[in-house]
Design a protein around this ligand. Sequence first.
Ligand code: DOR
Ligand code: ZN
Length: 331
Amino acid sequence: MTSLQLHAPLDMHLHVREGDMLQTVTPLSAQAFAGAVIMPNLVPPVTSRDRLESYRAAIHAASQGQAFTPYMTLFFQSYDAATLSDLRPDIIGIKLYPAGVTTNSETGVRAIADAAPTLAIMQDLGIPLLVHGETHGFVLDREREFLPIYDQLATRFPRLTIVMEHITTREAVAFLDRYPNVYATVTLQHLLYTLDDLAGALLQPHLFCKPLVKRPEDRETLLAAALSAHPKLMFGSDSAPHPQSAKECSGCAAGVFSAPIALPRLVELFEQHQALDKLQAFVSENAQRIYRIQPPARVVTLSKIPWVVPERYGTVVPMQAGETLAWQVVA
Ligand code: DOR
Ligand code: ZN
């Protein structure tokens, strides 16, 4: 039987929510990944030590004994130096959302200029900035329109590590080469799909996320960067579960739930493109180098045994529900 081993695969962008949802989805990531960067867009958002530590404890408890490190983030707001130096050892970064661009971002940043004092502190303390880089412009152009803001940030804070989260365009891939302090994550859905898959025929709510999947040439450029393990690109699933009732309705929530298939589907994708030798860098080594982290020394084994993706995990419908995948995590 064909098998493959990955050392400490990491998901550098993950939503696990709280309560019952957290209980349902966390084990699915913990089973496949040695760690994940946990997004702070809860209601209310994660902005204090109390909230951070109870969130971490809930994830730890739900990980069912797996060696799975939740790399915690704070929700960007104005913080003073004392607060951030106190929290520095306990976070991997701070996530900035422009106000209102996506799920639970209403308390995000309204004017990027107001963020400068906190960004200066983060730069001094070596705290990475993770960014949901979309404007409020035309929906297909939002990421491209945000690039000048990345320009300003990278220039004004040259020692600040800036991660463009879930990039979706060829312009964003090209942007990686512009500044030494700019990196990016990319999701599985943006490597696989375009707007045609989402809305070209019957609408597919389970492929709807922000930022939207884009044009074929965008997908091709992202895929080429991932398959070559571009040294500034990391895997981040952006798995973002919503109950089926919030997806299959009028006013569909944004978010693709990919956690249960992310790693097996990535293996299949890299295998199809004869790029399996690059997968270790894409799902772990790049992230370890960029963030200077040492995840648990865990080996995840996948075998080429077909399985059918369940229609539902609890109340959530996963990406590729009902489809057959070629690989599965076995240990
Ligand atoms: O589609 C998305 N869903 N994009 C985000 O940025 C947030 C996420 C969520 O939390 O549901
Ligand atoms: Zn996200």
